[in-house]
Design a protein around this ligand. Structure first.
Ligand SMILES: [Ca+2]
Length: 455
């Protein structure tokens, strides 16, 4: 009897293993949702990542949920690997304390441990700062590369080399889960010589929402990233920054291509899910901003997401998604059990064409100064500290240029969206007020003595 049971168990494990795809998750740093040629960018050259778009599914409305610190990367990556929403993350809030775990976090609940328990070999290579350290330590292999200063130029190559070494040398008795998270195209925007100057600033169009200065104080106007460009913003500087950013993306694309080529040649690509995403978005001149500390569509929270691989149809969805949805999505692909407390929702029903969406609205937040909610058409951004509200019709105005909040005919829509926002905040345990007793003046101009940006 024991032998029969043992045989059945072995067989079922074998079946499970055969059905488990490899998972290669390439998670770029500060990669905008328009940061691939195949995602509609008419300037960029990204032939390798474009192949994922050509055969996979694009989620054009994917977001990280929010950040309680200027380093939006950290809560974003923590949401990804824990599956928890931003106000319920297992970290202490605060810029320096953000890497300290609260009591009670169990690393067995992290994505690498959950996939490992389902039979995966888990491997990470990425930056060590502004990450979810406890979850990174839970990978079977955890390689961190800081690439300070000039070393950044070789970052894309070194990360790809490490992944290629792993893929070439591993025992192929288990499926793999690779989390490859290079610090690219995050600033400093320098890359290898062959990609430096690939784009000419004069051939890059100004962003549709370019402004010399943000029209009011959004709560954090001179945070680190905003100091990377001079005030007021100029067309020349904006184009140069875009050119440098694009150089880094094309360099990253080249080295991703080397990994995809290896997988293809080894015959593993057809059983590998390849996911490309960014940890947060970035403004590059839009609304006078240069950081990720804002809630515009071409701002801090909106990210690219492409999923390609076995069983994934080619297509596009505008379903509202969070990066933390990847946690249960990967679990479903890999036959792993989703731990209690995971708030992300599997995107599998959308991928399989069974559902058009997994949520009706999507909310984002930044510190105590900005909150936003959107549906497929309308978006409201609330700035409690200066008592400002913006309402955008994203269908008519995708670049968020015409604020409709103060127009009497839209008063009912503002009221409705404010109620939706308050409901979302309650749902996700966000207790920050949307109105304060003594709001500060909304007018803002850059101070005469600006601090210097820190690396
Ligand atoms: Ca980032």
């Amino acid at each position: 009897m024991l032998r029969v049971l043992s045989t059945v168990f072995t067989l079922s494990l074998a079946c499970l293993s055969a059905a488990q795809p490899n998972i290669l998750h390439i998670h770029a740093d500060d990669h905008r949702p328009d940061g691939l040629a195949a995602l509609g960018n008419r300037v960029l050259k990204t032939p390798n990542l474009d192949t994922l778009v050509a055969r996979g599914m694009v989620f054009s409305h994917c977001y990280t949920q929010g950040s309680m610190v200027g380093a939006v990367c950290q809560p974003s990556r923590t949401m990804l690997l824990s599956g928890h929403s931003w106000q319920r993350l297992p970290i202490v809030k605060g810029a320096k304390g953000a890497q300290t775990l609260t009591k009670g976090w169990d690393a067995s609940m992290s994505l690498p441990k959950v996939l490992s328990a389902a039979g995966y070999e888990t491997w990470h290579c990425g930056k060590s700062g502004n990450e979810f350290t406890a979850a990174l330590k839970a990978f079977d292999t955890n390689l961190s590369m800081n690439d300070p200063g000039e070393e950044r130029r070789g970052s894309s190559q070194r990360h790809a080399d490490a992944a290629i070494d792993f893929l070439s040398q591993r025992h192929k008795d288990r499926p793999f889960y690779i989390y490859l998270a290079p610090p690219v195209p995050h600033d400093p925007r320098i890359t290898a010589p062959e990609f430096t100057g690939f784009y000419k600033p004069e051939s890059i169009p100004l962003p549709a929402a370019f402004m010399p200065q943000h029209p009011f104080h959004n709560g954090e106007m001179i945070v680190r990233d905003e100091l990377l460009a001079p005030f007021p913003r100029t067309p020349e500087d904006t184009k140069q920054q875009l050119a440098d950013y694009y150089d880094c993306i094309t360099g990253l694309d080249h080295h991703v291509g080397r990994i995809l080529k290896l997988l293809k040649e080894s015959g593993e690509l057809e059983n590998t899910l390849v996911i490309f995403s960014g940890d947060n978005g970035l403004s590059l001149g839009e609304h006078g901003l240069f950081g990720k500390q804002n809630l515009y569509e071409f701002g801090g929270m909106h990210v690219p997401l492409v999923i390609a691989g076995p069983g994934i149809p080619k297509g596009h969805t505008d379903a509202l998604a969070y990066l933390m949805d990847l946690f249960p999505t990967f679990c479903e692909f890999g036959g792993a059990k989703v731990p209690a407390g995971v708030e992300g929702r599997s995107l599998q029903p959308i991928i399989q064409g069974k559902q058009e969406k997994v949520r009706d609205v999507l909310y984002t937040g930044y510190r105590n100064c900005q909150r936003a909610v959107r549906d497929q058409r309308w978006k409201l951004i609330r700035y409690p500290l200066v008592n400002k509200t913006q309402l955008f019709d994203l269908q008519a105005d995708p670049h968020e240029l015409a604020n409709l909040a103060d127009q009497p005919e839209h008063a009912a829509k503002v009221k409705e969206m404010m109620a939706v926002l308050a409901d979302q905040m309650q749902q996700y345990g966000d207790t920050h007020p949307l109105t304060v007793d003594h709001p500060a003046p909304a007018e803002w101009s850059p101070p005469a003595n600006l601090p210097k940006a820190k690396e």
